[in-house]
Ligand binder design. Structure first.
Ligand code: SF4
Length: 192
């Protein structure tokens, strides 16, 4: 789709700056990705792709939606770093909605916008080489190396209860916040 060049708008939607530094790194003389026709642009209206770093915070959400809609179609999304991919360690915290997938859910429900082609680059932060590989993939210069795989762990009721008991026991010995977990015993009585 973007055989000649790829202009990228970089959007920090709540990053700690680790991923942003790696993006700057690939434009420095050592990696110099501009030689592949990749360029950062200052406005989403001039971009072919939007590169997200960080989880999407509730504070940023309106601006993120505005910037997303401003990138002309067809566009691609680069989710750079574990936070952009799925929210990272912040995925269930009160101040963030999660990663790009949660953003896509909102875009679909509120605006009827279908998710664009998205390249996920996990890592905290990902290495510059991984970002370059992903961008080269978007340009059609290299092929995807891994197939998409989904792992599902099937637990029987007993295993699930054992896991909760182990976690609960560990939590008692540390200062971690313990949610109000109720473990059901075989006899039907509830234990805290
Ligand atoms: S993935 Fe890691 S380095 Fe990147 S924004 Fe999240 S916490 Fe920071």
């Amino acid at each position: 789709m973007f055989e000649k060049s790829l202009w990228v708008f970089h959007l920090n939607s709540g990053s700690c700056n680790g991923c942003d530094i790696e993006i700057l790194n690939i434009f420095a003389p050592k990696q110099d990705v501009e030689r592949f026709g990749i360029k950062l642009v200052g406005s989403p209206r001039h971009a072919d792709a939007i590169a997200f770093t960080g989880p999407v915070t509730r504070e940023c959400l309106p601006k993120v939606i505005e910037a997303f809609k401003a990138v002309p179609e067809p566009k691609i999304v680069l989710a750079i770093g574990s936070c952009a991919c799925g929210g990272g360690i912040w995925y269930d915290t009160y101040a963030v909605i999660g990663g790009v997938k949660e953003l896509y859910k909102i875009l679909k429900e509120e605006y009827g916008i279908e998710p664009p082609t998205t390249i996920y680059i996990p890592g905290c932060p990902p290495k510059p080489e991984a970002i370059i590989y992903a961008v080269a993939m978007a340009r059609g210069l290299v092929k995807q190396k891994q197939k998409r795989e989904i792992y599902i762990e099937e637990l029987d009721e007993k295993t699930e209860r054992d896991i909760v008991e182990i976690l609960f026991g560990e939590a008692k010995e540390t200062r971690h916040f313990v949610p109000n977990i109720v473990v059901k015993t075989d006899g039907g009585a509830d234990e805290p």
